[in-house]
Design a protein around this ligand. Structure first.
Ligand SMILES: NC(=O)c1ccc[n+]([C@@H]2O[C@H](COP(=O)([O-])OP(=O)(O)OC[C@H]3O[C@@H](n4cnc5c(N)ncnc54)[C@H](OP(=O)(O)O)[C@@H]3O)[C@@H](O)[C@H]2O)c1
Length: 280
């Protein structure tokens, strides 16, 4: 039985990383959390193993939801029937499809958009009519600092996040008159399962070996923890009027600043010096 909660929040992709940390951050803040994921049975044990689980389990619901399927909207409609229109919906589900553009298949490119972009659209379509009618609601779209900046091997991932950014901004204007806000979260590097879950293009063109070396690099040392990222997101979404976008992590702020102050030509030089060269 749910007890004394203030708001209902639906999170997608809650089985690991940022989504998982957000679940507990919001439970701590008295939310009823609908934590959705593709395989709740598989994730159940990691939720139960969390030290805060016994304290908050009454206000946690694990739900099965794959944002790439047609049944996604029906599943959310069922949740709405049971728990009401969520006050906050966090489009967090996502993955990275990486590799040199020439080696990425159309299928890989499309699957990137299917999850990161169309997945978020599906979820939004399922909740916006209810939010509008109720005159309030917050849609939080987890983008990336790579929604502002493109990097080599990230053509599919960055394109999906740039698309999310443009869609979110346009939608923000459309739904604001109904009391509904749309906010982008732009994390820098966060220590999650993201790298492990990445889909990497098959290396078929030897000339691009130097780019594959980039994909393999490990940045955990400079990455922000998912818990710190979740704390920042939780603070932001509790604001009565959240802004259009918030960056998370020092690296995100730093890259955003570079994007703002450097002319394209200098940014180009900087990114190419980091990329390396064929045969290098
Ligand atoms: N980590 C970073 O450095 C970083 C930086 C900027 C932005 N982000 C963004 O942050 C979000 C969360 O990623 P993360 O870093 O926490 O990575 P993660 O640990 O790999 O978590 C990604 C989550 O998305 C879920 N997911 C993938 N495909 C899905 C689908 N079709 N339907 C529903 N859920 C699906 C995964 O669930 P399964 O267990 O079912 O696979 C997992 O729970 C993503 O949108 C990512 O682009 C991450």
């Amino acid at each position: 039985m749910a007890i004394g909660y203030k708001q209902v929040t639906l999170i997608t992709g809650a089985s690991s990383g940022i989504g998982f940390a957000l679940v507990f951050e919001l439970l701590k803040r008295n939310h009823l959390v609908l934590a959705s994921m593709r395989k709740p049975d598989r994730a159940q044990a990691s939720f139960e193993a969390h030290p805060s689980y016994p304290l908050f389990k009454d206000n946690l619901r694990l739900c099965k939801l794959d944002v790439t399927t047609d049944s996604c909207e029906k599943t959310i409609a069922r949740l709405v029937k049971e728990y009401g229109v969520p006050d906050i919906v966090i489009n967090n589900a996502g993955l990275g499809v990486y590799g040199p553009f020439e080696e990425l298949t159309d299928q890989e490119f499309r699957s990137q958009f299917e999850t990161n972009f169309f997945g978020a659209l599906r979820v939004a379509r399922a909740v916006l009519p209810g939010m509008r009618k109720e005159g309030h609601g917050k849609l939080i779209n987890v983008s990336s600092i790579l929604g502002q900046l493109a990097i080599p091997t990230g053509s599919a991932y960055t394109a999906s996040k740039w698309a999310m950014e443009a869609w979110s901004e346009a939608l923000r204007y459309e739904v604001a008159p109904f009391g509904v806000s749309v906010t982008l979260i732009e994390p820098g590097l966060i220590r999650t399962q993201f790298k492990k879950n990445m889909v990497i293009a098959r290396a078929i063109e030897p000339a691009y070996a130097f780019l594959h070396k980039l994909v393999g690099r490990n940045y955990d040392r400079v990455a922000t923890s998912p818990e710190a990222c979740a704390r920042r997101i939780a603070k932001v979404i509790l604001r009565s009027k959240p802004a259009t976008r918030y960056r998370v992590g020092y690296d995100a702020h730093f890259y955003y600043l570079l994007r703002q102050i450097l002319p394209d030509r200098f940014l180009d030089l900087l990114i190419r010096s980091y990329t390396g060269k064929p045969g290098g």
